[in-house]
Write a protein that binds this ligand. Structure first.
Ligand code: C2E
Length: 791
């Protein structure tokens, strides 16, 4: 009995237990006398008192001042559990270990010294069988007639069951908290087993889990079973006669083996358990909330027999908690997997990439090897997606991913970055780029094998960029960026290729970054300006429109033509902002000209493919018009053939929405793309622009002449107007006029000039709208402009 486990009740002091006991005794005697009239000599107070004390369910005892039991009833002997019914004459030193007895003695001596009772102490000790016992004890001083303390009277109640229940509830709560905190099963399971073992004497717990293939059980936790035994049963099959656990997992029901030595279920396994002395094994299946068997919880006992009802109940508690823990872990694993893997292909995703590269680098350092990082992108994946649908696109990605994964060697990693981009990390001997190239070429070949999608056989190639560790980069970020650059180079040189990174790529990448910064600054500092080039109606000679052409007033390099920055702006995505600026500036300028009373013209604005793909593009046009106050019919948008053909369906839909705003649409650079006639019919465009490349060699080049005539005739068949750009000579103009071309634009009429210059010319325009000098030949019948007349 330890002092430290003694808890003194605090505020409320119960009525003196001794007087309560005596009063109860009096009542018992009176009641007994009333019910059983007994002969006078036995109807004696002392006899009934003895009987009552002896049979009372609580421990009652009286000790002298030296701590010697003078009276101790049966219950006291049971609590103490020393195997003797009569404790008379013994002291605690005869019963308990010395240190326990000393604590008890100290407490009693204090009562004798002070005369103060010690009430409701919770005392914990182990009985002679080693079982833990809890008793609630009160001890009071016993006085003689003179009021002198002659000993101690004690009352003790066994509260072991209550304490066990409390410990069980506390333990359960703690384990559930561990589960909620996401602690590993290797922590949760032993805690659960200890909790159950603490509740039942002479049992040893074990948890086995069903393997992934559901064919066998795997050792999960058994902190008090011998490791040799757990090793021996690890991987035991699930079957109709595989000890208690394999059978419980097989049947999906509890298997209680009372005697391992006799039970046929243990025929093949009893030799394994014999050395450890276990005789009984009670196993319960652990189930998921859906009822699936996840494993078993078993209790081994060295005593043959079946579990007590309390132990049975505990098995239920244990399997329930184990089930929660396993399910929670599985859910967490699933979440982890989903967070780090791509749902479509099951491959690790971008989130895992840096870590995987870093690991590959570490291993390469240890083994003095190299790492090849291949960035790959399927060629024309978008085409498959657009033409055969997203389902086919998904199937293609899954097929390609599976083919690549099949070819992986131990230590290789394949990651899907998203879309049709993958990264392959492979280990390679140092300075063996050839070997790496051969391996990666083989991967490219597997990707290129035919795939059947929606009943059609498709072959996709891929572009691959490779960076090697350590020569092309020492960190995951560097390697990735360089492999990416190399991949872009592979695309640039015609796709379906493998390209290794080289340092000149990095230089151009840095250059690009610098240019991007410069362009950003240009947008912020408003360094752009629009020049306008007139467009003339060949029949009337009047200027009816101007094309807005952007220039960059570069602080150091002077006025830059669009060819020097528009392609880069497209590539970097900055074209969106630049295009908005152009659109707004052109609308504003045209409105300003109109407000100044100048002849009403259409302003024609170039639209880039990236701009056109922006989801709110139509809205942006609407807001440019409404903010400037320009009527939509004075705005024309020039779309290129290739822009439209990239996604015809979407382009046509957008064109109709733009047409609904009231703006004009034209196809720029006509003849350079691949517009099919049938598609052209569906476009709500007003005119076609013959590309400058077909005009420059007119009229001498027979092919160009034929093309120009064909375009003009085609346009007229479709009831479209045709404008030829790049007209520089009178011969070109004459040819086009003869061929029936409606309008022209070119240096012959006028170069692109600043708004003020256009304004001046417009002011000079003749009442019928003719451009000064233009359309007025010296004989007055047709155009006789000289090159540069207007520039
Ligand atoms: N040799 C010769 N050239 C002539 C003649 N007449 C016009 N040009 C040039 O031809 C280009 C016509 O514009 P484009 O085909 O739309 O081709 C434009 C257009 O595609 C693009 N661009 C210009 N401004 C913008 C803009 O604001 N946004 C977008 N997205 N692209 C623009 O840049 C291209 C080049 O523009 P610029 O350098 O201004 O070049 C202009 C113009 O100066 C001629 O008689 N002879």
């Amino acid at each position: 009995m330890s002092r430290s486990s003694t808890q003194w009740s605090s505020e409320e002091k119960p009525a003196d237990p001794t007087s309560l006991l005596l009063a109860a005794g009096e009542r018992l005697i009176a009641e007994a006398a009333r019910r059983f009239p007994i002969a006078g000599d036995r109807h004696d107070r002392a006899y009934w008192m003895d009987a009552m004390i002896e049979e009372a369910p609580v421990g009652l005892f009286f000790k002298d001042r030296d701590g010697r039991f003078l009276i101790a009833n049966k219950a006291t002997a049971r609590h103490v559990g020393c195997g003797r019914d009569d404790l008379t004459g013994l002291t605690d030193f005869d019963i308990f270990p010395r240190e326990v007895a000393q604590v008890l003695r100290d407490c009693e001596q204090q009562i004798i010294r002070t005369g103060e009772p010690a009430l409701d102490m919770e005392e914990c000790y182990r009985d002679v069988a080693g079982r833990r016992k809890w008793v609630l004890t009160s001890k009071l001083p016993m006085r003689n007639d003179q009021g002198e303390i002659v000993g101690i009277v004690g009352i003790a109640r066994d509260i072991t069951d209550r304490k066990r229940q409390e410990a069980l509830h506390r333990g359960q709560a703690e384990i559930l908290q561990m589960i909620a905190r996401g602690e590993a099963l290797s922590e949760v399971f032993p805690a659960l087993i200890f909790l159950i073992e603490d509740q039942v004497a002479d049992v040893t717990g074990s948890i086995l889990l069903i393997d992934h293939d559901r064919q066998c059980v795997r050792h999960a936790s058994a902190p008090n079973l011998h490791p040799d035994y757990t090793r021996a049963i690890d991987g035991a099959p699930i079957g109709p006669a595989v000890g208690s656990c394999g059978t419980a997992a097989y049947r999906g029901e509890q298997v209680l083996v009372a005697d391992i030595a006799e039970d046929p279920l243990w025929a093949d396994y009893r030799h394994l358990v014999r050395p450890y002395g276990f005789r009984a094994c009670w196993s319960s299946p652990i189930r998921s909330s859906q009822g699936q068997v996840l494993g078993t919880f078993a209790l081994y006992s060295r005593t043959p027999g079946l579990p007590t009802p309390a132990c049975h109940k505990l098995l239920g508690v244990a399997t329930h908690i184990a089930g929660i823990a396993i399910e929670r872990k599985e859910a967490e694993d699933r979440i982890q997997f989903m967070a780090h893997h791509d749902a479509l292909t099951g491959l690790p995703n971008r989130g895992m990439l840096d870590e995987r590269i870093a690991t590959a680098i570490e291993i390469a350092d240890d083994e003095n090897r190299s790492v090849a990082l291949a960035f790959l992108d399927l060629d024309n994946f978008k085409l498959v997606n657009d033409s055969l649908g997203h389902k086919a696109g998904d199937t293609l990605l899954k097929t390609v991913a599976a083919r690549m994964a099949d070819g992986l060697r131990p230590g290789d990693v394949l990651v899907r970055l998203g879309g049709d981009e993958f990264v392959l990390i492979v280990s390679a001997p140092r300075r063996n780029a050839k070997g790496v190239a051969a391996r990666l070429e083989a991967v490219r070949q597997t990707i290129a094998a035919p795939v059947t999608l929606e009943g059609r056989t498709v072959q996709v190639s891929c572009s691959m960029g490779v960076a090697l560790y350590p020569e092309h980069g020492r960190t995951p970020t560097e390697l990735l960026a360089n492999a990416d650059l190399a991949m872009y180079r592979a695309k640039e040189i015609g796709r379906d290729a493998l390209h290794f990174f080289s340092n000149d790529m990095a230089i151009s990448a840095h250059e690009k970054l610098r240019q991007q910064e410069e362009l950003r600054r240009a947008i912020a500092c408003d360094e752009f300006v629009l020049h306008y080039q007139p467009q003339v109606d060949l029949r009337t000679g009047s200027v009816f429109a101007v094309e807005a052409l952007i220039r960059w007033k570069h602080p150091e390099r002077g006025l830059l033509p669009p060819g020097e920055f528009i392609p880069f702006a497209e590539e970097s995505g900055l074209i969106g902002q630049i295009g908005d600026w152009t659109l707004r500036a052109a609308c504003r300028q045209n409105k300003a000209w109109q407000d100044a009373g100048l002849p009403r013209l259409v302003v024609s604005v170039n639209v880039s493919a990236r701009q056109f793909q922006e989801i709110d593009w139509v809205e942006r046009v609407r807001s440019a018009l409404s903010d400037s106050g320009l009527d939509a019919r004075y705005l024309e948008l020039e779309l290129t053939e290739s822009l439209i053909m990239a996604d015809v369906q979407q382009a046509v839909a957008l064109m109709y929405r733009l047409e609904a705003l009231g703006v004009h649409l034209a196809i720029d650079d006509f003849g350079t793309g691949y517009s099919s006639l049938s598609a052209l019919k569906r476009f709500p465009v007003g005119r076609l622009k013959i590309d400058r490349s077909f005009v420059q060699d007119l009229p001498g080049d027979a092919d160009d002449a034929a093309i120009a005539r064909a375009v003009i005739s085609l346009a007229h068949t479709l009831q479209l107007r045709v404008i030829a750009e790049g007209v520089e000579t009178r011969e070109q103009l004459e040819f086009l006029r003869e061929a029936g071309c409606n309008e022209i634009q070119g240096f012959y009429i006028g170069r692109p000039v600043e708004a003020a210059a256009i304004e001046a010319r417009l002011n000079e325009m003749e009442p019928e709208g003719r451009w000064p000098e233009a359309g007025r030949d010296r004989s007055g019948s047709h155009l006789t402009l000289q090159p540069g007349d207007l520039a």
